[in-house]
Design a protein around this ligand. Structure first.
Ligand SMILES: [Zn+2]
Length: 344
């Protein structure tokens, strides 16, 4: 196995075979038996405690995913359709319900009233309804021409992981500082490795909400970051933003998140923490998973299947997004995501 293979394995959703075969091996069942009589094999695995089939209920499914142990897999029953009635996966990720984060009406307002994006995110994301599926959250811009950012929870998870794994696998994200400006935010160029090839994405992130580490009195200039974070902007384009790179066109005026942007943002935060920069990144529009959310997301990726017309299938990324939102609704913001600047 090459280094690139090892790296990519950390990001791929497991196939049905990759999930089931190790459990079958524990029970001395050959893979050929599954292809011959899947039902009998599933029955046997279930009666031996290898397969969990939760009740078709939001809380039961979320708790069961969180509780999957090694040597087990979970099958979401067909009677629990992850994507709401009347939607295709594509239509849901584009038009499905989202959490809308409140936005100040103007830059002046944001600064005058000390509007803190993270407080508003905490409030909105801590109050998501468990019985309604969610396609992510959105933050509108303030400046003229500034686009709405649509942020997916699954991207936040993958972005944080990309940031951590890239360093671990000797492919750390590189940050180049152009210039910092309290009024218009910082501008940085980042180089972020792809999760599926040896490609490296290079792009800039602008309007980064920077503040001075050594605080003088909180004058107008020291509060610019409160407004700048709403106009965070990046010149980056990749297939993850288009969901499958083919059919999904983004709604007009909206920028979709992707793991590369989020990983790049985290790298900028860490880079500026270094002693030689007078600035730090004061706010983040992205949420950082807690240990609970991390292990839940890994269970989704490596141990969870769903039933379709009596057969097992993996979850697609839209279903993954919905199930991240269900965990957030079930456990709450403060158990699922970290407090800002506590992860570094
Ligand atoms: Zn990307």
């Amino acid at each position: 196995m090459t280094e690139l293979d090892a790296w990519q394995r950390e990001f791929r959703n497991y196939s049905v075979r990759k999930i089931l075969e190790p459990l079958m091996r524990e029970e001395d069942i050959l893979w050929g038996h599954y292809t011959h009589d899947a039902e009998a094999v599933m029955q046997e695995l279930q009666s031996n405690g290898r397969i969990i089939r939760p009740e078709p209920d939001d809380r039961a499914v979320v708790d069961a995913i969180r509780g999957i142990e090694n040597g087990q897999a979970l099958v979401i029953p067909e009677s629990y359709p992850i994507i709401p009635d009347g939607y295709s996966a594509l239509k849901f990720i584009k038009r499905g319900r989202e959490a809308v984060i409140a936005r100040p009406e103007s830059r002046i307002g944001a600064m005058r009233w000390n509007v803190n994006l993270e407080d508003d995110m905490n409030g909105a994301l801590d109050n998501i309804d468990l019985d309604e599926a969610c396609s992510g959250y959105s933050i509108a811009g303030i400046r003229k021409g500034s686009r709405t950012k649509k942020i997916r929870l699954e991207h936040c998870y993958r972005g944080a992981k990309l940031f951590a794994e890239s360093a671990k696998h000797g492919r750390p994200i590189q940050v180049r500082r152009y210039h910092g400006d309290l009024e218009f935010g910082g501008k940085y160029a980042v180089r972020v490795p792809s999760m599926s090839s040896d490609k490296v994405y290079e792009f800039t992130i602008e309007n980064v909400p920077i503040a001075l580490k050594r605080k003088s009195k909180m004058g107008k200039n020291e509060r610019q970051h409160l407004a700048n974070v709403y106009d965070l902007m990046t010149r980056h384009d990749c297939p993850a933003q288009h969901w499958n790179g083919l059919h999904y066109r983004r709604p007009a005026g909206e920028d979709a998140s992707c793991p590369h942007i989020i990983a790049g943002y985290l790298a900028i935060m860490q880079d500026l923490e270094n002693d030689d920069s007078p600035y730090y990144v004061a706010l983040s529009p992205y949420v950082i998973p807690s240990d609970l959310m991390h292990s839940y997301a890994e269970n989704l990726r490596t141990k969870t299947l769903r039933e379709v017309e009596g057969k097992r299938r993996g979850l697609n990324s839209v279903m993954g997004e919905i199930m991240h939102g269900k965990a957030l609704a079930n456990y709450g913001m403060f158990r699922c995501y970290r407090k800002h600047r506590t992860w570094m």
